[in-house]
Design a protein around this ligand. Structure first.
Ligand code: ACO
Length: 319
């Protein structure tokens, strides 16, 4: 049976760091409030000239290097993003061109903060079916572009960045199971309710959020989907070495690990330094812990997404 395995990880953060204190000079907030409510200390913000495909390109180069592969070896490119370079063509097609290759399918996935886990599930199915052998799955975001920087309730939460993995066909898993869900009836609690129409922006181009409802929903579904994925994989939660939930807020992460009865030491946290980078958060955190030598070959890792839509999902993998 063909299975897919992560054979390389990479990530990229734009160099410019914005601290909470810097934000507090511009809006009515404080480092103490932001840290206490979210755990966030700083975030990286892209230059005006940098787009999601630029960040994705750097992350992919590093993931390909780690895998010992060239872009020409890739036969599928999936980019998860809610902040694409353009309405179209897709960020994945732009990334493909920047990688200097052509021919293989390339498309975007729009599942907001669950996008990377959605992309992983899709790529895993392509590889298992035997039609494709090596996929780049990327989460890349410039959320700084869709924030109202005068809205202290949202702008302090997010950052920019990209993370990528190379998935390759093999005989051993790899990805044991991926479980994906959505509930469109919750669309209103987290959205950017605008679009381009007749040369104008209709609606709002800024992120809007009912923070409390998002918080409760996220904790509930992250718990449920971790259990569901462990059952689908036939692997007990006690065998999971690392839990990488979507990095939204340290209180959401801690509530999740506690509900699951897992040790706090097994929780991967990067939101303190990256903020919430939406679809990029999980592959960024994975890459950081792989490069730090904490996540090692053979470790079992549960990755989880939750975000606008509402969407949520999890993937349980052996590295
Ligand atoms: N600085 C100072 N005060 C603030 C700030 C800020 N940055 N933001 C809000 N406040 C104020 C509010 O105005 C309010 O003041 P009031 O009582 O005078 O009206 C007070 O703080 C409390 O506001 P709440 O919204 O009730 O604060 P809460 O404890 O719920 O924290 C937060 C808000 C951090 C947004 C929280 O609800 C949360 O983390 N929710 C999850 C949202 C999230 O993570 N979203 C990310 C996207 S979703 C995802 O990725 C899954």
């Amino acid at each position: 049976m063909i299975r897919s395995r992560i054979v390389g990880t990479g990530s990229y953060l734009p160099p410019r760091i914005v601290t909470n204190d810097e934000l507090a000079k511009r809006i009515d907030t404080s480092d103490a409030w932001i840290q206490e409510r979210t755990g966030i200390k700083q975030r990286h913000i892209a230059e005006e000239s940098q787009t999601s495909s630029d960040l994705a390109l750097e992350a992919c180069r590093r993931a390909l290097d780690a895998a010992g592969l060239k872009a020409a070896d890739i036969d599928l490119i999936i980019v998860a993003t809610s902040t694409p370079d353009f309405v179209f063509p897709s960020t994945a097609c732009l990334l493909q061109a920047k990688l200097g290759v052509k021919g293989c399918p390339a498309f975007d996935v729009q599942a907001v903060c669950s996008g990377f886990v959605y992309g992983l599930g899709i790529a895993d199915n392509f590889i298992r079916s035997g039609t494709h052998k090596r996929a780049l799955v990327v989460g890349a975001e410039v959320f700084s572009r869709i924030l109202d920087w005068n809205d202290r309730g949202t702008c302090v939460l997010f950052g920019d960045g990209a993370g990528a993995v190379v998935l390759a066909a093999g005989e051993q898993p790899g990805i044991h199971a991926t479980v994906l869900h959505a509930d469109g009836s919750q669309a209103g609690i987290l959205s950017v309710p605008g679009n381009v129409c007749g040369g104008r922006i209709v609606g709002s181009p800024f992120l809007q959020m009912q923070g409390n409802q998002v918080f409760k929903f996220a904790v509930k579904v992250l718990d449920e989907v971790a259990r569901e994925t462990a059952v689908a994989a036939g692997i007990g939660l006690d065998q999971v070495d690392w839990l990488i939930p979507h990095q939204a807020n340290v209180r959401i992460l801690e509530a999740t690990v506690k509900k699951l009865g897992m040790a706090r030491e097994r929780l991967v946290v990067t939101v303190d330094r990256h903020g919430n980078t939406s679809a990029a958060s999980v592959p960024l955190a994975l890459d950081e812990f792989v490069r730090a030598g904490k996540i090692k070959p053979g470790h079992k890792v549960m990755m989880q997404g939750v975000g606008g839509g509402f969407t949520w999902g999890a993937s349980l993998v052996t590295m």
